[in-house]
Ligand binder design. Structure first.
Ligand SMILES: [Zn+2]
Length: 204
């Protein structure tokens, strides 16, 4: 678990189909948003070893997605091998099938469930921001009821009802999730929330 700030490996088993970094034209845009999240401090380290995790769905109608690798510090100009293609998620047996050189983000279960239940959503960005968390109530951003361990099924179960109704929500005492029809929409939602949070904080 997250005690003692230890690094937590993903709670699922990973089966690699191909040990190759993803090759998709939209990967460049995902790298851009990783760089933006870093620049705006939207993905600082969460206790236990998780930074933010960002993903997109390359092909509508498929539940496969490309996501940042596990325990990856977001920054500028990340190489292709820091991204992983998730091919299949078996929640019953907790097995994730992936193509890549590194394990996919520990929040892959959450991304997978959202993609399968929200066909209109093609990008999911998760970050950590004290500003957004502390202003969430004032900004009417829905939030889960209590903190759940990151990467856990409990977190997925708590977050999913919110994800079905909202494109921006808060994981209590942890971070935020922004969803979009494309990466630009998900990214702008997060950046606008940060801007509004900063403004409401200054007004106090
Ligand atoms: Zn997190």
């Amino acid at each position: 678990m997250t005690e003692n700030g230890q690094k937590v490996a993903p709670k699922f088993k990973i089966e690699f189909l191909k040990r190759e970094a993803p090759n998709d034209p939209l990967l460049q845009e995902l790298k851009h948003w990783c760089s933006e999240f870093h620049r705006l401090d939207l993905a600082p380290l969460y206790p236990g070893g998780s930074y933010g995790n960002l993903s997109f769905r390359p092909a509508a109608g498929s539940d496969q997605f490309i996501i940042t690798a596990s325990a990856l510090a977001l920054k500028e100009d990340l190489p292709d091998d820091r991204f992983v293609e998730v091919i299949d998620v078996d929640l019953k047996n907790m097995v994730v099938k992936a193509n890549g050189k590194r394990p996919p983000s520990s929040e892959s279960l959450l991304h997978s469930m959202i993609y399968s239940r929200r066909p209109d959503i093609n990008a999911i960005f998760h970050g950590h921001s004290k500003e957004i968390l502390s202003s969430g109530k004032r900004m009417d951003i829905p939030a889960t009821e209590r903190e759940e361990p990151y990467g856990s099924l409990a977190l997925v179960e708590a977050a999913l009802p919110l994800a079905l109704e909202h494109d921006l929500f808060i994981l209590k005492d942890h971070g935020f999730v922004s969803l979009g029809q494309n990466m630009s929409a998900a990214g702008k939602l997060a950046v606008e929330a940060l801007r509004t949070a900063e403004t409401t904080t200054e007004d106090l």
